[in-house]
Design a protein around this ligand. Structure first.
Ligand code: SF4
Length: 393
């Protein structure tokens, strides 16, 4: 078996590391030790209309802003225990009131500014984005955005698939290019436990078929693997996705937010998932397509397809993280495990210009040093992290 181990990443692929916990003490992270990155004084980037080369907007760890994840709602019709456990987010949970949620026009304006600053991929998320009414209208606005060079942006969406059967065509007609659907098992009982509302697998499969008929491509499927819940679903899902020609990505269960009761023991590691599949369907690693690609890629040696592994816990990829997040209430976050964000809605609604809003986003990114997954340790478990469904996953 060709080695499926991917060397731990650091600047210039240095491998070995040492870390500093948020509390400033030395704390061994769960996945090993991490060297600090070379601290870089940000080069002054010429403002809009100012002379000088349009440098990439790089953060303090020399990562460009390339991806904006846009949460259009904090609401969801599922109650996945790893994201929005029902015992915490029950029927009477107070989600964002409408008045605090960005309008489609406000979202499109902020997304346009982010594209001007370097974002090339926009991912529409939630909560569950398809519960937001008239979503194709927003997709239409976003699909019209162009990079400073006039190129179209990469526009995609992540959904739990529950409303996809009806919305796939209108979303595609509005300009959506591709889509990612979450599906944690093909077994109804297991899937029902993973989505917390006993939603049937068949309805998600109908949504995927509708996405295919609507011409959305590629269609990717995300599966969160949690020990004691769905690890037995790994191989059946791999076989199904291969037969269907879908790109399946397995996601290590993460300590997102502060409500899912995460334990390291419940994590099924990337190595375990790969070994399970490789024993039956031999795999080999594939080089990433671009810097910042979230999933580690592996193809079947018989050429019949590929899978991805998103291994935030055991193989962190912060060194190449090019993602920012915009929450439904207009806050900018620079990490999935953030404890705070920057309010863009208030200055936007107070009448600030695009240039002023761009300066706010630029300053946030230039000061960014996030690398939570490389620093994850017992000390970070206790941080009051923002819930994943509130900042767009
Ligand atoms: S932990 Fe934060 S910095 Fe690291 S990859 Fe995830 S979002 Fe990026």
């Amino acid at each position: 078996m060709q080695s499926l181990e991917v060397p731990a990443v650091g600047p210039g692929g240095t491998g070995a590391h040492r870390n500093r916990s948020p509390a400033g003490g030395i704390e061994a992270p769960y996945h090993g030790v991490v060297e600090p990155y070379p601290d870089r004084t940000p080069a002054r980037r010429p403002g809009p209309g100012e002379p000088g080369p349009q440098l990439d907007l790089l953060d303090r760890l020399e990562r460009p802003l390339r991806d904006l994840r846009i949460s259009v709602t904090d609401r969801c019709n599922f109650r996945c225990p790893y994201c929005m456990p029902a015992e915490v987010f029950g029927r009477d949970f107070a989600f964002l009131p409408r008045s605090l949620v960005l309008s489609f026009e406000e979202i499109a304006r902020l997304a346009g500014i982010a594209v001007e600053l370097g974002a090339r991929k926009l991912r529409v998320t939630g909560g569950e984005p398809l519960v937001r009414r008239d979503l194709p209208v927003l997709i239409g606005y976003l699909s019209e955005l162009r990079t400073p060079d006039g190129d179209p942006i990469d526009l995609t969406l992540t959904t739990n698939g529950s409303a996809l059967r009806a919305l796939a065509r209108p979303l595609a007609d509005a300009g959506l290019q591709r889509i990612t659907v979450s599906l944690d098992s093909l077994d109804d009982a297991v899937f029902g436990a993973m989505n917390g509302v006993d939603f049937p697998v068949s309805r998600v499969l109908e949504g995927i078929a509708a996405a295919r008929d609507a011409g959305l491509a590629p269609i990717k499927v995300n599966t969160v693997v949690r020990r004691g819940m769905n690890e037995a679903s790994v191989l059946p899902l791999a076989r199904w996705a291969r037969d269907e020609g879908l790109i399946l990505r397995f996601i290590e269960y993460m300590d997102v937010g502060h409500s899912n009761g995460w334990r390291l023991d419940d994590v099924v590691s990337a190595s375990d998932v790969l070994a399970t599949i490789d024993a039956v369907l031999p795999l080999e690693p594939v080089a990433p397509d671009y810097r910042g690609e979230v999933a580690g890629r592996f193809r079947y040696r018989d050429g019949s397809g590929e899978i991805g592994i998103i291994a935030s816990v055991t193989r962190p990829f912060c060194a190449d993280c090019t993602r920012a997040r915009l929450s439904a209430d207009g806050h900018l976050y620079t990490c999935l495990f953030a404890v705070s964000g920057t309010d863009l809605k208030t200055p936007l609604r107070a009448g600030e210009s695009d240039a002023q809003l761009a300066a706010r986003i630029r300053d946030v990114w230039l000061a960014r040093v996030d690398r939570y997954s490389e620093l994850r340790s017992e000390a970070t478990d206790r941080l009051p992290k923002i819930e994943m469904f509130a900042l767009g996953g």
